[in-house]
Design a protein around this ligand. Structure first.
Ligand SMILES: *Cc1c(COP(=O)(O)O)cnc(C)c1O
Length: 459
């Protein structure tokens, strides 16, 4: 199939309309209006095409989500079948639909331990809103209404609703809209590169985890409802904690009866080479929000998943569970998710990551770590970052953070490679179906982008 470039005059008109009528998320909208939006037109496998006809290797899988790759017709066919048969019905009023039920059961089969219950929403943010409300309700109906505090991490990311952005620890987000909402606290994240000092990584992991214990004791265990964290912190720059971190967090949560919420919105559905990030790090959460990879981004869907204990209390609480959305358990989204999970399972895509392409990528990523601009190359499964630094060999950032990262991102894009930059970390999260050959292409393009960036910096 041809890449369908849009005529130059039509593209300019689209960009004019976009600037006039479309407010973009996470953008400087004034600057974007000046520059003109990039319009994407087609995707296949690990590649997308833009309106100018450029073919780009999408090493970020859209936004951490297109796990099975672009252009799988089976998902469109599943949506079409369901839309034709029954486009919509709700799960309120003692009703639901077949794909919704089958998806809940499928998720229970895949999720670790006794996490057997799904509450469906439309996004990761809404899943986290659901978790904040239902966990507070869980403690309240057990006569502990004061056990309502959530502890998250500074620079964590849990979405953009009032609850999601509050649970997250992004200062820039808290600064807009009066956040965080009450009874949400944060501890420092595990980021050895900046914070580890002279400690070996494993020892540092324990030190970082014990910040949770200190915070629980400071607030009082009778006040702390839950701890929430991404197994690997994505948006802030792929902070991969030492292997000691999560088991210690789990021990602390058990000790004080604090519920453990693993935000699996990025790590879930194969990103690390395991089905869920908690399995990669060897701990058992009580609750997990999922979204993104659950449909490989083909259609919006999120779910809050609960273990038997939490779901049991919520069921036995008596009366109505006063929460939900019009599209909770939407049958078309559920049908697409089921088809996506079928492909992940039957084509053994998670095993492909774990046994083949992730170990191969890890080797090539380490080679990129040798580049004179790279201070650390971190990677777990198919999730990685290159930390660009002014002074190789010293764990310190550029003085003005973010300029070099943006420069490198733009250069990579001109060379046909999509990488994301957070500050000066170049972030990697390709579709899980990426091949060894495509990893080599990624390596060549990334190395070239690093070289050209270094040259522009006069290095
Ligand atoms: C993307 C993301 C969310 C929010 O999901 P949305 O679907 O964008 O609302 C929550 N948690 C994590 C870890 C994420 O990466």
């Amino acid at each position: 199939m041809d890449p369908h470039p849009i005529e130059a005059a039509d593209l300019r008109e689209l960009q004019r309309l976009d600037a006039a009528h479309h407010l973009h998320p996470f953008n400087d909208n004034a600057a974007l209006a000046q520059r003109g939006t990039r319009v994407l037109t087609r995707g296949e496998g690990c590649y997308v095409w833009d309106a100018d006809g450029n073919k780009l290797l999408d090493a970020f899988a859209g936004l951490w989500c297109v796990n099975i790759g672009y252009g799988r017709p089976e998902l469109g066919e599943a949506a079409s079948r369901q839309m034709t048969q029954l486009a919509y019905y709700n799960s309120f009023f003692q009703c639901t639909t077949e794909p919704t039920i089958r998806l809940a059961a499928k998720l229970a089969e895949l999720a670790p331990g006794d996490i057997n219950h799904a509450f469906f929403m439309n996004s990761g943010s809404e899943a986290n809103d659901t978790i904040l409300r239902l966990v507070r309700h869980f403690w309240a109906v057990q006569d502990q209404p004061r056990k309502n505090i959530f502890i998250g991490r500074h620079n964590g990311y849990h979405g953009t609703t009032m609850a999601g952005a509050s649970l997250g620890g992004m200062k820039g987000m808290h600064g807009q809209g009066g956040l965080p909402i009450p009874d949400i606290h944060h501890i420092d994240p595990p980021f050895w590169f900046a914070d580890g000092g002279d400690l070996p990584e494993d020892e540092y992991g324990l030190v970082a985890a014990r910040r949770l214990e200190e915070k629980i004791l400071e607030l009082g265990p009778e006040r702390v409802a839950a701890f929430i964290g991404e197994p690997i912190m994505g948006a802030i720059g792929v902070y991969i904690p030492p292997m000691t971190y999560w088991p210690e967090i789990e021990r602390i949560c058990r000790k004080y009866d604090v519920l453990l919420v693993a935000d699996e919105v990025i790590c879930g559905f194969g990103r690390t080479g395991e089905w869920f990030g908690s399995q990669y790090f060897g701990f058992q959460p009580d609750i997990m929000p999922v979204a993104k990879g659950i449909t490989s981004g083909y259609i919006p869907l999120g779910a809050a998943m609960f273990n038997d204990r939490v779901a049991g209390v919520l069921k036995d609480a008596g009366g109505e569970l006063a929460h939900g959305a019009t599209y909770s358990g939407h049958p078309v989204c559920a049908a697409v998710a089921l088809e996506n999970l079928r492909i992940l399972q039957e084509e053994r895509i998670v095993e492909h990551v774990r046994d083949d392409v992730a170990p191969y990528l890890a080797g090539r990523w380490a080679e990129l770590g040798e580049h004179r601009l790279v201070g650390q190359a971190r990677i777990a499964g198919l999730m990685g970052a290159l930390e660009l630094v002014p002074d190789k060999g010293r764990r310190a950032f550029f003085q003005e953070r973010g300029k070099v990262g943006a420069l490198c991102r733009d250069i990579a894009l001109r060379n046909g490679l999509i990488l994301r930059a957070t500050y000066d970390s170049m972030l990697l999260s390709p579709p899980l179906v990426i091949s060894r050959g495509q990893v080599d292409e990624l390596f060549d393009k990334a190395w070239k982008a690093l070289d050209e960036t270094a040259l522009e910096l006069g290095k």
